[in-house]
Design a protein around this ligand. Sequence first.
Ligand code: FA5
Ligand code: MG
Length: 423
Amino acid sequence: WCRFRSDPIVAAARRTSRLTMQAGATLSNVTENVMQRVRMPSGDKLHVRPHHPLCTLRRLIEEYFEQSIGRESGGLQLFTDMPAVVSTTACFDELLVARDHPSRRPTDTYYVDESTVLRAHTTAHDTELLRRGLRCFLVSGDVYRRDAIDRKHYPVFHQVDGVRVFENAPSEDWVLDDLKRTLFGLAQHLFRYPVQDAAVAAADGRVAATDGTATDDNEVPVRWVDAEFPFTRRSLELEVLWQGEWLEVLGCGVLQPDVLRAGNVDPKRASGWAFGLGLERLAMVLFGIPDIRLFWSSDRRFTSQFRDGAITRFRPFSKYPPVYKDISMWVKDAPADADSNGTAAVGFHENDLCELVRSVAGDLVEDITCTDSFVHPKTKRRSNCYRITFRSTERSLTDEEINDMQFRIRDQIAHSMSRVAEL
Ligand code: FA5
Ligand code: MG
């Protein structure tokens, strides 16, 4: 029932974190494709790979924290190779993620077994590091989520989380101000231009640039948006205006007292902040990389463009033509009260379709969009039409290989999704 139980990486993670195997564990929903990324030797991972844009960006972030708070707090600790296989306790429970929170569902998270997941965020390490007595640290690594497919989403991406705990902070407002000031400084450090708080600029009657370049004053517009995370309060997201679009790059907030307690920190004496940032999102903006799949490319025309430490604009080597294929199916919706934790809810979920397509087409699939959905007036059955965009970032695809992939996708849907979808 657990294909990866004997996998060396999974076994090692289980040993070091004393994960317990429980009876009646659910079937793993980790695909071989994804497991290959988990198994990559830690030195090959993109956020530590020499000259890789994600590595350059991670180092710039660390450099900023070393130069700013590292000195004042007397001990910033950096982690880049914490194991990606973690317990549900670390990933969810200790972060107060409710039992029925959507992020826990097997449609959204990769379960190795009932109590073990591929981390869905690097926040999964925060309580453990607090328990080790650390009060100021950054954790970076590969994270895994079952998700949509488009040019901004990929099932494996990279995050950097940061935590800072203060003994005797004057107030929660003070902690929040420190957090905002710190992250604003980070944006400034990364963009090399003064960043401009869009709300402040608007109040001053100044207008933000909307074409994605810096304005005449070389200012990059950013803004704070209210957000919600179970593990923080006063939560916020930072967005950057880039190419006419507000792009969410990080989430943050003041740590909940119960999270501090889980980290053996007494919330009566201490308080703290945390943030989590997506490296791909920021790197796409800073290096001008148009498609998240490119980060995984080993094509020399991609890799040769980047040098350690330098933020340079990506020069597209050529845009290969997309090929569209439509696929229609009758789908069975999950009952509204479906059990969200553990066993697969019986119902159609788009993430399952995306995962299936990804397992057939790999990085040749660029996007999957539902283009039409209707409910039959008599039978009340729902029909969805999906448009699959195939495009390689490296070459032209032949009709033959696309037809072959499309055929295998249909075959797989009929084979493994028959309970929830009918072609
Ligand atoms: C989190 O993961 C929280 N753990 C962040 C956090 C940490 C908040 C600590 C408060 C305190 P979220 O799911 O929004 O939040 O993801 C954080 C960032 O990861 C996003 O802002 C985005 O930059 C990036 N991200 C999220 N999903 C994807 C994806 N599928 N592909 C690429 N990047 C993604
Ligand atoms: Mg978010």
